[in-house]
Design a protein around this ligand. Structure first.
Ligand code: MOS
Length: 734
């Protein structure tokens, strides 16, 4: 088949759903109003006020006496739920939290009851009247104090201990990135409605298959009985990939009261109701020669998890295995079970955590040896993936360094810490490398071309913010030869063909290739129809010479000879052409990652210790860029998130009782407009044809990965102070 002209892909399109969003017509989970005579009733979760122990008493009398209250459900009156096995999207060892099934409390903020009432206000007030008594047991929530549990995950290459002993230069540092919460704008919300033994959920989710599988297992009903609808998601960053306990609470409340139930977690409840990026202690030892050639690196990690599930993430080990030429590597990754709720992936999962110690350590080594940090990284650039022994499919990291250094003005840098001032402010610049796995997964998409020359494509993927609606429309428009205006992409419904999890930066590569496949099939059907139709101007033409543009099929080399989809379908009495798109990634012979080089300039108030990021530049090798405007939205948004990780974000727990003390957006600090200026992203040219038919490597994660260490390195350069704990606070610089 002749390659299609590319008109929509590569164009800086605005979001096709932008107007719906800014006019408030996009319906998020909590906006949904079920049909039916009595509308929806409201559920408010009562959560535990202790971190560990037993519920010894529950008094619901006052709550139940409130006007409008329909029911208060808790472990003493809740039905036993089957809670069958469900590996879920994370497949964690352990046993997931079972709501209202016993008197045990595993963490502060655990759902222990739910109040259902006809109005939200009645439910909220009644929830405050539920009285709980506990037998409190001592809790441990401090990663620094608790022992590791279970066998560590280890990785060994060569003999790191021996290599360290014989190295010219040895460094040893421990870094402590803080616990972070995703804090998306949209609260977690679900509307649950039963119809006999069929359940419909309007839910905030990154993957409609996830709540479906979870509730099927929890209630012991077939997955086919459950429909999940999630057309819009107001940000997620990873914490809507898994189905959290409040979903079961909502479905249970709906079943027990016989009404459709709306349950919205409060901002405070998000800090224990859904997961978070776990805190880590990450000890690095590295050995190198005087020229900066690494011989050995050891990585000893401790990461927090809950007592009931063991959360670990592969991504926290990957960069230490493959980013730099290192003959001898030893990694030991221990999880520490605490009286907390279970962590979950958060943007750039694992990689963004590991990049902080590794990229800080490289900066420390560069300083120690008096070598430029970029030059140090170039000297350790591997020729292949030393962990797998495989060649890289594409790795344009050197180009990222070159372009980044030039655009950022790196050569003007005086490498001496504390060498540059601007009035009272110390100015510093720093850089870091970014890397993230190119993940791909199989799935399907339905494609329909209607007789009016418009197309509808459906796949049960999600759009948590990257712009799936838009990018898929672009891919479909070019593959079908339609204008973007004539293509509608739909997502977020289990009734649609199954898509993979919307996470891990795999959606563009995977769903994009799936959509393209389905559209290619429909276009080819139309071309075949035309060349075999004696009444078509294309009759008898070689199908491989026909392209479609603006809804019109024509010979590639003779655009005058052709006709529109509309004419072709009308003449053949067809109301539509349809196909199912699919793609399954093959076994890869190569090592596939996206890369980047991130540069930051900071100004540190010498007397107050306040850090301000003055400008940042990210240069990314993410393969082909489908949608440049959306790519910028991803990259700039990630820099904002990375500024948060570096300078502001820290979930603080009172270890006396396990309560999170800053569970709100006034005390949990995130960057706001005044914190953010001068952010820019550049994408180095090039596709990765081994990765997927579209040639993309995934962008949404790699863009956050190097941000925090680039800022930390800039702070060191500005102040001469090396801060190894995140976030870097004013106190740590005074
Ligand atoms: Mo992302 S942490 O893979 O949703």
């Amino acid at each position: 088949m002749s390659p299609q002209p590319q008109a929509a892909v590569g164009a800086p399109l605005s979001r096709v759903d932008g107007r719906l969003k800014v006019t408030g017509r996009a319906k998020y989970a909590a906006d949904h109003k079920p049909d039916g005579p009595d509308g929806v009733v409201h559920a408010v979760v009562v959560d535990s006020g202790i971190a560990r122990g037993r519920i010894t008493g529950i008094d619901t009398g006052a709550a139940e006496a409130e006007p409008g209250v329909l029911k208060v459900i808790h472990h003493r009156n809740a039905p036993t739920l089957p809670y069958g096995p469900n590996p879920g999207s994370l497949n964690l060892p352990g046993q997931r939290l079972r709501v209202f099934q016993d008197d045990q409390v595993h963490f502060h903020g655990q759902p222990v009851a739910v109040v259902v009432a006809t109005t939200l206000e009645a439910a909220q007030h009644a929830a405050s009247l539920v009285k709980l008594d506990y037998a409190v047991e001592p809790s441990e929530t401090d990663l620094a104090e608790a022992p590791a549990t279970g066998d560590p995950v280890t990785y060994t290459r060569g003999d790191a201990e021996a290599a360290l002993q014989s190295a010219d230069v040895r460094l040893e540092m421990t870094y402590r990135p803080a616990r972070n919460h995703h804090n998306a704008m949209e609260l977690h919300a679900t509307v649950a409605q039963w119809d006999g033994d069929r359940l419909t959920l309007w839910d905030k989710t990154q993957w409609v298959q996830s709540p479906r599988a979870e509730l099927a297992a929890n209630f012991g009903i077939p997955a086919a009985n459950i429909r999940v609808v999630s057309p819009f998601v107001g940000g997620a960053f990873g914490n809507a990939a898994r189905a959290w306990p409040h979903l079961t609470v909502a479905a249970l409340a709906a079943r027990e009261t016989g009404h459709p139930v709306k349950l919205v977690l409060t901002r405070r409840q998000l800090y224990s109701g859904v997961g978070y990026r776990p805190a880590y202690e990450y000890k690095v030892r590295l050995g190198s020669d005087r020229r900066g050639q690494l011989s050995a690196m050891t990585h000893e990690l401790r990461g927090e998890t809950s007592r009931y599930e063991r959360f670990s993430e592969r991504g926290v080990l990957a960069p230490g295995q493959m980013l730099y030429t290192t003959p001898h590597v030893s990694q030991t990754y221990r999880t520490v079970a605490l009286d907390v709720n279970t962590p979950t992936p958060m943007r750039g999962p694992g990689y963004s955590t590991a990049a902080f110690p590794i990229e800080s350590a490289m900066d420390e080594l560069a300083h120690e040896l008096g070598i430029d940090p970029i030059e140090l990284r170039r000297r350790n650039e591997p020729e292949n993936d030393q962990a797998s022994g495989r060649p890289f499919s594409t790795r344009r990291l050197r180009e990222c360094y070159t372009v980044g250094a030039r655009e950022f003005g790196w050569s003007r840098r005086d490498p001496r810490p504390r060498s540059t001032r601007d009035g009272d402010r110390l100015i510093g610049t720093g850089m870091a490398t970014a890397v993230y796995d190119t993940l791909r997964a199989p799935g399907q998409a339905g494609v329909r071309l209607d007789a009016d020359g418009t197309a509808v494509i459906e796949s049960s993927t999600s759009d948590m913010g990257p712009g799936t609606y838009t990018s898929m429309t672009q891919v479909a428009a070019d593959a079908l030869g339609l204008t973007v205006r004539n293509v509608t992409f739909r997502l977020g419904d289990t009734n649609m063909p199954t898509a993979p999890l919307h996470g891990g930066s795999l959606t563009m590569a995977s769903v994009g290739s799936i959509v393209q496949d389905g559209c290619d099939k429909v276009r080819q059907q139309a071309i075949r129809l035309a060349v075999e139709d004696e009444d078509s101007p294309l009759s008898g033409a070689d199908p491989d010479t026909v392209v479609v543009r603006g809804g019109r099929l024509h010979l590639k080399d003779d655009p005058a000879r052709g006709e529109t989809y509309r004419r072709l379908l009308a003449r053949n009495d067809l109301t539509r052409l349809e196909a199912m798109g699919s793609w399954t990634p093959g076994q890869s012979r190569s090592s596939m990652y996206a890369y980047g080089a991130v540069f930051a300039e900071v100004a540190v108030d010498a007397r107050l210790g306040l850090v301000r990021v003055r400008r940042m530049l990210g240069v990314f090798d993410a393969g082909r860029i489908i949608s440049p405007k959306l790519a910028d939205s991803q990259a700039i948004g990630a820099m904002v998130g990375g500024i948060g990780m570096a300078l502001l974000e820290h979930t603080v727990t009172d270890h006396r009782d396990g309560r999170i003390v800053n569970a709100n957006l006034a005390d949990y600090l995130v960057p706001v407009n005044a914190d953010v200026t001068g952010l820019k992203a550049i994408y180095v040219e090039g596709r990765d044809d081994e990765a997927d038919p579209l040639g993309v490597k995934g962008l949404g994660e790699v863009v956050v990965v190097g941000v925090a260490p680039a800022i930390a390195n800039a702070v060191f350069h500005a102040t001469g102070r090396r801060v190894r704990d995140l976030p870097i606070t004013a106190e740590s610089l005074l």
